[in-house]
Design a protein around this ligand. Structure first.
Ligand SMILES: Cc1cc2nc3c(=O)[nH]c(=O)nc-3n(C[C@H](O)[C@H](O)[C@H](O)COP(=O)(O)O)c2cc1C
Length: 417
């Protein structure tokens, strides 16, 4: 019987344990988590979502405060179009986050940064270009482009000195999305180094519509593998979404995937950025507690715990400080939903906005409990402590369980003292 460790992910002549920990936005996939994956010979992700805020928290910078100061006068204005990111500050925050992570790297693995393209930041092209270029300048091993993948993104980096040496990958949820991307980028003579195929059971935003439940990862991966074979393109395919055990991973590795990308099991790792209390919510969740809804202003469905504080919270939009989801025209679906409720209830002290959420603020405060569909199984991966809480795991324990387990088994951790 095979285990994940019988396989290797190959980039050129380098080999890696074929386990990639996926990017989890706003510092849920922390540097500490990514560093563990790299130390153990796999691939870890940090995320550049709300990187100015992450820098402020980690390095005591004042990027968010300074931006708020600059635009404070606009707080009561529903038109947010004047709010722009300072590209220099964005570059500096990215540099700090990436550089400090890369300086701590040990082991033979890699660290990539997850760039969600739906963070349009009121200037989609310019900000994305700065985010990617400054991550490369700061020495990141690779960039994974996700959520809102734009066909022209590789082109934004074409003049960068590391364009051909850094690993560049994309996340797609269909063979069609991959075909479009490859066609559009053909003139750059630069293929993605890997393609993550993310199915409908993943956490975060889903690359599907309301009919997400009709799709299944194995089928999409098979289509992508077949397509690449037909086109004679040797791009490693990395399967993601709902891969819960080492045996699940092996079934993908045996059928043409070069690696798996996993995330949900690591949400309850010590090194994961979620607060302790929130990790317990993830452990406690039952299957009925996990929902897919459309409260994200990005327009993509998102999976989360039903009890997440982000649902229904009618807070004032916080774009003057954040504004990561402002489209190129200074709009965000939450602002519209919020303003509608204000107009309907002009005298209300507190508001409830049910259809959209202020994703920046809630993700920043770990109040949007996004999770994968398998979250309800997390309780089976650990022990219950005397006080009734669940024992948080080490990233190493989870990683090695994926790497070495067989027979659909999940190894329980040592009893903590
Ligand atoms: C809490 C959480 C946050 C996530 N945030 C992001 C994100 O910011 N960007 C992204 O591309 N994918 C995100 N994902 C998706 C993961 O990177 C990964 O591809 C997917 O969840 C793998 O499936 P699994 O969670 O079932 O293992 C997130 C997943 C989780 C569980």
């Amino acid at each position: 019987m095979k285990r994940v460790d019988d396989f290797r992910l190959k980039f050129g002549n380098k080999e890696f344990v074929p386990i990639m920990i996926g990017g989890m936005g706003v510092d849920i996939s922390t540097a500490e988590l990514a560093l563990e994956a790299a130390r153990l010979g796999g691939v870890g992700h940090i995320s550049d979502a709300m990187v100015t805020d992450v820098s402020d928290r980690r390095f005591d910078t004042k990027f968010v405060k300074n931006k708020l100061k600059l635009y404070k006068h606009n707080i009561h204005n529903s038109d947010k179009s004047i709010i722009k990111f300072d590209l220099g500050a964005l570059a500096e925050a990215t540099r700090r986050h990436v550089e400090s992570t890369m300086q701590s790297k040990k082991g033979e693995g890699l660290i990539f940064v997850n760039c969600m393209e739906k963070l349009t930041m009121n200037a989609p092209r310019e900000t994305l270009q700065v985010r990617m270029a400054s991550a490369l300048d700061a020495g990141i091993d690779g960039i994974t482009l996700s959520a809102g993948l734009h066909l022209g993104s590789f082109g934004l980096l074409a003049e960068h000195p590391r364009f051909r040496d850094a690993k560049l990958g994309i996340i797609v949820s269909s063979v069609r999305a991959l075909q479009l991307f490859l066609r559009k980028n053909a003139r750059l003579n630069r293929l993605p180094d890997y393609v993550v195929v993310e199915g409908p059971l993943a956490g975060g935003h889903l690359g599907f519509g309301a009919d997400w439940a009709q799709y299944d990862l194995a089928t999409i991966v098979a289509e992508v593998v077949q397509y690449l074979r037909t086109e004679q393109l040797a791009i490693p395919v990395i399967a993601a979404g709902g891969i819960f055990t080492g045996s699940d991973a092996v079934s993908f590795l045996e059928t043409g995937s070069a690696a798996v990308q996993v995330a949900t099991r690591f949400t309850v790792a010590d090194e994961c950025g979620l607060p302790k209390k929130v990790k317990q919510e993830y452990f406690k969740a039952s299957e009925e507690d996990i929902i897919v809804n459309t409260v994200s202003p990005t327009g993509y469905p998102m999976r989360m715990l039903r009890s997440t504080p982000a649902i229904g919270a009618g807070i004032r939009p916080n774009c003057e400080a954040y504004g990561y989801l402002l489209d190129g025209n200074g709009s965000c679906a939450y602002i519209n939903a919020y303003n509608r409720e204000v107009a309907l209830h002009p005298d209300a002290k507190t508001l409830s906005v049910m259809d959209k959420t202020c994703l920046c603020t809630h993700m920043r405060n770990f109040n949007c409990w996004t999770c994968g569909q398998t979250t309800y199984r997390l309780k089976d991966t650990t022990r219950r402590l005397e006080d009734g809480s669940y024992q948080v795991l080490s990233a190493e324990h989870i990683f090695k369980d994926y790497q070495f387990s067989i027979d659909q088994k999940v190894a329980l951790p040592e009893i903590s003292q």
